[in-house]
Ligand binder design. Structure first.
Ligand code: ADP
Ligand code: MG
Length: 338
């Protein structure tokens, strides 16, 4: 009798597992690979992920600097105020707000100088100081003029903006919203390392890992709960080398040069937009300024794992119970105790 019950329970579990499969679908979008995971029956997963991919494609068409008709391309071409979609306007306003809070470390007008850094070019050479000096004045979020009523954006002549440091977070957030609206109650939206999870993995937490930026092996795993998001900014994916020096794709708006001092910055919060933007900001700010910022702004709900160029790790004390080290890291300092 006991045996029969056990067999019946096993069958039930198998059935439940059939109904609620972990479905992952991947597509190239936003210049990276987007992976969507939906824990549900296959039919729901197919429908929901299709809608979420459509949503990401829509955001890309609106915000990519490489798309002819995008809001960002139109702003770049114009000589006066440009009317943009309410979504682009909202993301630009939010970006300017984050610039104010971070003392300009995050600044979407970095694009006014970034084009001088041809780090994708195999024959990469750093730009001349004179060219950087001329462009540096154009990197200034205070020169982005926003008209909330008319939904227009106006830049100073020669200025450019780019949403590369925040739009991926927005796409992750919208993808999760779409998956949930389509009836999926557990899953993940992940785009080039930035992700948000929702629900649970078979009743337990979702788990993500952090790579050693130099050795490329997994250093630690970390548990994520409903709507936890993480974004990582690193110097190890997109960079160029010249005479033995590494030049990354995150610009320090103050110098007009690639930010130095950090190797990897991961930010955890409940909002993928915030995680994405602050990962970029903290990469520019470095350890000391980031630790001060976290102390001053506890209401933002941010936690971090930072690795500086000396390969020292700094992690928010609030993450301690969620982290499992898979490999011993030489130095870890717990910061941001509240
Ligand atoms: P990744 O795109 O590799 O995940 P990030 O999320 O940190 O890395 O975004 C880096 C991108 O942000 C750059 O490729 C560029 O488009 C943009 N960016 C670079 N410097 C800044 C800055 N100081 N402020 C805002 N955005 C920036
Ligand atoms: Mg980012």
């Amino acid at each position: 009798m006991k045996r029969q019950t056990a067999a019946a329970i096993a069958a039930l579990i198998v059935l439940a597992a059939c109904d609620r499969e972990i479905n992952t679908v991947s597509r190239p979008l936003l210049g990276t690979i987007v992976n969507l995971t939906a824990v549900c029956d296959r039919e729901t997963a197919a429908r929901a992920t299709q809608k979420a991919f459509d949503e990401i494609a829509r955001i890309e068409a609106l915000m990519s600097p490489y798309r002819e008709g995008s809001d960002i391309s139109q702003i770049a071409r114009a000589h006066g105020p440009v009317r943009v979609s309410p979504e682009t306007f909202a993301l630009i306003s939010q970006s300017v707000g984050i610039s104010r809070l971070t003392g300009g470390a995050f600044d979407i007008s970095f694009a006014s100088i970034a084009h001088l850094w041809n780090y994708k070019d195999p024959g990469f050479v750093p730009p001349a100081d004179s060219a950087l000096d001329r462009a540096r004045g154009l990197v200034d979020y205070r020169k982005i003029i926003l008209d909330e009523k008319a939904l227009t954006v106006r830049l100073a002549p020669g200025m450019k903006i780019g949403l590369g440091g925040i739009a991926k977070g927005y796409a992750v957030k919208r993808a999760v919203e779409v998956l949930m609206a389509e009836g999926v109650d557990s899953g993940i939206a992940e785009e080039g390392g930035d992700l948000q999870v929702f629900g649970s993995k078979n009743g337990g937490p979702w788990i993500t890992g952090l790579m050693d930026p130099r050795e490329k092996n997994l250093v630690l795993s970390i548990k994520l709960g409903h709507l936890d998001s993480v974004a990582t900014s690193g110097d190890y994916e997109r960079y160029a080398e010249y005479e033995g020096k590494r030049y990354g794709h995150i610009i320090n708006p103050l110098t007009g040069r690639p930010a130095e001092g950090m190797v990897s910055v991961s930010v955890f919060s409940k909002d993928p937009v915030i995680s994405d933007a602050y990962a970029t900001a903290f990469f520019v700010m470095g350890v000391r300024k980031t630790a001060e910022f976290l102390k001053r702004n506890p209401d933002l709900g941010l936690s971090v794992i930072l690795i500086d160029s000396g390969m020292k790790m700094y992690a928010s004390a609030s993450l301690k119970e969620k982290i499992t080290f898979l490999e011993k890291w030489p130095v870890v300092e717990w910061i941001d105790r509240r």
